[in-house]
Design a protein around this ligand. Structure first.
Ligand SMILES: Nc1ncnc2c1ncn2[C@@H]1O[C@H](COP(=O)(O)OP(=O)(O)OP(=O)(O)O)[C@@H](O)[C@H]1O
Length: 309
C-alpha cells in the first residue's frame, strides 16, 4: 500500500512525464509515455536505438515541446529558471571550447549556480585530479567525458540527467563514475540514466523502465525486470548452428557472439547433455542465471511479437 499522501508525493517528485506524445513527421517518437522519478532514486531508462529515450529527455529538459501530455520538473515547467537551476545534464555529446582549461570550464559553469559544489569535490567525484590546467581539446575522449560529468554535477543538482555517461570510458573510469552516482544518490539526488550497458543499470538502478517505440513496456526494480525471464544462461565456445540449437527442448533463446554461443535455457542441467553430445569440441563453458540483458531482449521481443500479431 502506498502510504504517501498527495502532498508528500508531489514534494518527492523530481520529474514527471504523463501521457507524453511527440511525433516527427511519420515517426511517433513518444506514443503516450509516462515516467515518474522521485528524489534519491536512480532510474535507468532502457531501450534499443530509436526507442524514444533522447526524445523523453529532450522533453524533460524543455528542449522540445510535447504534442500532448504533461511534463514537469519538481512540479514546475521544465523551462522555468527555478527548475533549471536544480538540474544537471550530461548529454551524449557536448560542444565545449577546446582551448579552455578544465579549471576554467569548471569555474565558468559553477558561476551559474548560487551554491555549487567545491572544485575539490567536483574533481574528486569525477576523477579529474591533476587535470585542472590541461586544455579540454588536448584531453583523451574518456577524460573529456569525465569533465562533462563534472560540469553536470558542479551546480549540486537535485536531479541529474545522464545520457549514456560511460560510453567510451575504460573500466576504471566507468567505476569512478558509478561510485560518484552512488554517492550523489546517497545525498538524495535523483538520477535519470540512459545506457546501453545493461550491467550499468544492474549495478546502479533502483528502478528500470524499458521503452520501445515510444511506449513504456516494462517497469520495476532490476530484480522484478530480471524475474520476467526465468532460467539460466549458458555461454560457450562452439560452432553449433543456432537454428539447430533453438529446436532443442528447453532452449528459449540462442544467439551468437563471435565464436561464442549464448543460450537461455529453462534448466541448464537438462540442456547440457545434448549440447556436449552435439559438439565434442565445445569449450569455455559458463553457466549463470539470466540477467537484465536477457530480460531486456525477451521483453522487447515479446512486445514486437504482440505488435505483429
Ligand atoms: N529531430 C528529429 N526529426 C525527425 N525524427 C526524429 C528526430 N528526433 C528523433 N527522431 C526519431 O524519433 C525516434 C526516437 O528517437 P530518439 O532519439 O528519442 O531515440 P533513442 O531511444 O534516444 O535512440 P538512441 O539509443 O539511438 O539514442 C527515432 O525513430 C528517431 O529517428
Amino acid at each position: 500500500m502506498n502510504m504517501m499522501d498527495g502532498a508528500t508525493q508531489a514534494s518527492m517528485s523530481a520529474a514527471c512525464l504523463a501521457g507524453a506524445r511527440k511525433r516527427y513527421g511519420r515517426v511517433e517518437a513518444l506514443a503516450g509515455f509516462d515516467l515518474a522519478l522521485i528524489r534519491g532514486e536512480v532510474l535507468a531508462l532502457l531501450g534499443a536505438n530509436g526507442a524514444g529515450k533522447s526524445t523523453a529527455i529532450g522533453l524533460m529538459l524543455g528542449l522540445i515541446a510535447p504534442d500532448a501530455g504533461q511534463v514537469e520538473l519538481f512540479g514546475l515547467a521544465p523551462q522555468s529558471l527555478a527548475a533549471r537551476r536544480r538540474i544537471g545534464v550530461m548529454l551524449q555529446s557536448a560542444a565545449l571550447p577546446d582551448t579552455s582549461t578544465v579549471g576554467e570550464l569548471l569555474e565558468a559553469t559553477r558561476a551559474y549556480y548560487s551554491a555549487p559544489l567545491s572544485i575539490t569535490e567536483c574533481e574528486s567525484l569525477a576523477g579529474l585530479q591533476g587535470l585542472s590546467k590541461r586544455r579540454y581539446g588536448k584531453l583523451s575522449g574518456g577524460q573529456q567525458r569525465r569533465v562533462q560529468f563534472a560540469l553536470a554535477i558542479c551546480g549540486d543538482p537535485q536531479l541529474l540527467f545522464l545520457d549514456e555517461p560511460t560510453t567510451g570510458l575504460d573500466i576504471e573510469a566507468r567505476q569512478q563514475i558509478w561510485l560518484a552516482i552512488k554517492q550523489l544518490r546517497a545525498r538524495g539526488v535523483a538520477v535519470l540514466l540512459t545506457t546501453h550497458y545493461l550491467e550499468e543499470a544492474e549495478a546502479l538502478a533502483d528502478r528500470v523502465v524499458v521503452i520501445d517505440r515510444g511506449r513504456s513496456i516494462a517497469e520495476g526494480s532490476v530484480d522484478v525486470i530480471r524475474a520476467k525471464v526465468s532460467g539460466q544462461r549458458i555461454r560457450c565456445r562452439s560452432r553449433l548452428d543456432i537454428a539447430v540449437v533453438l529446436g532443442w527442448p528447453g532452449v528459449v533463446q540462442a544467439t551468437r557472439e563471435g565464436e561464442y554461443l549464448v543460450l537461455r535455457v529453462d534448466d541448464a542441467v537438462r540442456a547440457l547433455p545434448p549440447l556436449l553430445a552435439a559438439d565434442p569440441a565445445l569449450s569455455d563453458l559458463e553457466i549463470s542465471r539470466a540477467g537484465l540483458a536477457d530480460a531486456f531482449l525477451a521483453i522487447t521481443r515479446e512486445s514486437n511479437e504482440e505488435l505483429r500479431a
